[in-house]
Design a binder for this molecule. Structure first.
Ligand code: ADP
Ligand code: MG
Length: 261
């Protein structure tokens, strides 16, 4: 079954239609790479999935359940949005770590806040916090940061900070891990270390959507590639289909322009 289904998703800012009928689905363990020119709506799509923007039309389903339907206000209740957001982990271009907290605290913070709101927190506090702590340590270990738990963000390289941000998203065990150009704020020599950890996640069959300009990465790591242009999905298929044998003229032009840069 699909973990994520996006159906006819639409989003406009004033008169600008940024997403027009976006349709795709993602199976468990699958990695999708989204490519496309700047301004084509990629970030807006991820923001809609994470309820940072409210779509004007369409549906979002997780594991077959409708979690958002633009035509059904019952799916849009403010107090449920926070919970629904937890289906998705989002890693931005900029790492957005809290400078005043250690690496470990940056990763445990959100889980702790969520746990505190739940019933039974007080009576099980010690055990719950211990579990959050061990989950955070495990995610940081996966990102190769076990020796940096007590560091502060300013004591880390950009690549390390981004790996903390990935660990933070992973620690929440989201259904879908979303990346928005995770390496574009990094120096080229740090890009490789972040792409390597994302590749390792793909090899472990983590379910992911990755917006990227790294074409070689998309070709080697993604199970499927989506090419977006002006708010529509122009083409989607295997990396070989989309990147090596595109059917659509617009895809061909984008790839040709891209390889010239
Ligand atoms: P991409 O990530 O593919 O570069 P974006 O999703 O960031 O594209 O932006 C798509 C279009 O939507 C752009 O024209 C951008 O200016 C516009 N846009 C994005 N966010 C907003 C906003 N909050 N208000 C108005 N326009 C926006
Ligand atoms: Mg963007």
């Amino acid at each position: 079954m699909s973990v994520l289904e996006v159906k006819n998703l639409k989003k406009s800012f004033d008169k600008l239609e940024v997403l027009k009928d976006i349709d795709f689905s993602l199976n468990k363990g699958e990695t999708i790479a989204i490519i496309g020119s700047s301004g084509s709506g990629k970030t807006t799509l991820l923001r809609c999935l994470n309820f940072l923007e409210k779509p004007d039309g369409g549906k979002i389903l997780i594991n077959g359940d409708v979690i958002f339907d633009a035509d059904d206000p019952n799916t849009q209740k403010e107090r449920e949005i926070r919970e629904k957001r937890l289906h998705f982990g989002l890693v931005f271009q900029s790492f957005n770590l809290f400078p005043q907290y250690t690496v470990l605290k940056n990763v445990t913070l959100a889980s702790e806040l969520i746990a505190k709101r739940k019933k039974g927190y007080r009576s099980n506090k010690k055990q719950i916090l211990k579990q959050i702590d061990s989950q955070a340590r495990e995610s940081l270990g996966q990102m190769g940061l076990s020796d940096k738990l007590n560091y502060y963000p300013h004591q880390l390289s950009g690549g390390q900070q981004q790996r903390v941000a990935i660990a933070r998203a992973l620690a929440m065990s989201p259904d879908v891990l979303c990346f928005d150009e995770p390496t574009s704020a990094l120096d080229p020599e740090l890009t490789g270390e972040v792409l390597r950890v994302i590749r390792a996640l793909a090899e472990k069959r983590t379910t992911m959507v990755i917006v990227t300009h790294e074409m070689a990465f998309a070709r080697d790591v993604a199970d499927r590639v989506i090419f977006m242009d002006c708010g529509v999905i122009v083409e989607q298929g295997s990396p070989r289909e989309v990147l090596e044998n595109p059917r659509e003229e617009r895809t061909k032009q984008f790839l040709a322009r891209f390889s010239e840069e």
